[in-house]
Design a binder for this molecule. Structure first.
Ligand code: URA
Length: 269
C-alpha cells in the first residue's frame, strides 16, 4: 500500500501513520505496556535505524523507521480492512477460477491487502453489495446463522405476483434442504425497483423485495421459484447494517468509521 492509499483510509481502519512517540509505537506493536516500553528504551534495548534510543520524547515514523528490540524488528500489525464492492453480473464470488472466468478478486484491492476475501457469496448473475474483509473472525461471525444478519434483495421475477402469493415466504417456505426462516417480503413499485429495472418494470414481470437472515445456496431464487415466479434478475442492497451507497457498479470503497463500527457490533452480538 502506498502512503497516499494509506492516507485515504478512514481512521477506524488506519494505523496512525504520523510520527509517534517511540514508547507509544512499542506499546501499539505489543512489545510491552507503555510504561514497560519506556523501561525497554531506558535500558538501551531499543534501536531506531540501528541507533540506540533512550530519550523518552523520541519520535518514529512507522512507515519509514526500522525499530528493533534486542535486535528483533518491531512492527505495527495491519488493522483489519473492510471493503464494500458493488458487484456487477458476470463475476464469480471466488478469489480465482481454474477455468479463467471473471472473479470478484479482480475488482477488489487484493494486491494492497493480502488476505482480503469476500464474506459469503453472490451468484455469478447477482449484482450488489459484497463485503470483503481481512478479518476472518468477523466474517465467520457475520455468516453464522445464530447472528441473524439480515440481507435485503430486490428481485425481478417472471409473472404478475399478487401480494397473497408471498404468504408462504412470510410463513417460512419449505425448500429441498429444509424449511426457511420466515422472510420479510413485499411487492415493489417502479421507483423502488430501479436497481433491477432502471428503465421501468417490463410488462408481465414483478419486482419483489425479500429480506432474509440465512445464506443458503441460491436461496432467494429457490424461494421465489417455489411460488412459481422464477427470478430473472437479483440485486443485494443491504448486508447487516451496511447499505450499498456511494460506490459505482464494478467499484469498491472502504467502509467509513460509522459503517465499520456498526459492522463490528453486528458481528459481535
Ligand atoms: N440468493 C440467491 O438465490 N442468489 C444470490 O446470489 C444470493 C441470494
Amino acid at each position: 500500500m502506498t502512503r497516499d492509499e494509506r492516507q485515504n483510509r478512514p481512521a477506524a481502519q488506519e494505523e496512525r501513520i504520523v510520527p509517534m512517540r517511540l514508547q507509544r509505537f512499542l506499546a501499539r506493536a505489543g512489545a510491552a505496556s507503555r510504561r514497560g516500553s519506556e523501561n525497554l528504551m531506558t535500558a538501551g534495548r531499543v534501536r531506531v535505524n540501528g541507533v540506540v534510543v533512550t530519550e523518552l520524547g523520541a519520535k518514529v515514523d512507522p512507515l519509514v523507521d526500522e525499530v528493533t528490540l534486542d535486535g528483533v524488528p518491531v512492527r505495527l500489525a495491519e488493522r483489519p480492512v473492510y471493503v464494500m464492492l458493488n458487484k456487477p453480473k458476470g463475476y464469480l464470488t471466488t478469489m480465482s477460477d481454474p477455468q479463467g472466468r471473471h472473479c470478484v478478486a479482480e475488482l477488489a484491492p487484493v494486491a494492497q491487502h493480502p488476505g482480503l476475501f469476500p464474506v459469503g457469496r453472490l451468484d455469478k448473475d447477482t449484482t450488489g453489495l459484497l463485503l470483503f474483509t481481512t478479518d476472518g473472525t468477523l466474517a465467520q461471525n457475520l455468516l453464522h446463522p445464530s447472528r441473524h444478519v439480515s440481507k435485503r434483495y430486490v428481485a425481478l421475477v417472471d409473472g404478475v405476483v399478487r401480494d397473497r402469493e408471498l404468504e408462504p415466504l412470510r410463513r417460512g417456505i419449505e425448500l429441498d434442504d429444509g424449511p426457511c426462516q420466515p422472510a420479510r417480503t413485499r411487492l415493489l413499485n417502479e421507483s423502488e425497483a430501479a436497481d433491477v429495472c432502471p428503465y421501468g418494470i417490463p410488462g408481465g414481470k414483478t419486482c419483489v423485495e425479500v429480506i432474509i437472515h440465512e445464506g443458503r445456496k441460491n436461496q432467494v431464487k429457490r424461494m421465489l421459484g417455489k411460488i412459481g415466479h422464477p427470478v430473472l434478475r437479483l440485486h443485494r442492497s443491504t448486508f447487516g447494517p451496511l447499505k450499498l451507497c456511494d460506490v459505482e457498479q464494478g467499484s469498491w470503497r472502504y467502509l467509513n468509521d460509522e459503517e465499520t463500527t456498526a459492522l463490528l457490533k453486528a458481528g459481535s452480538l
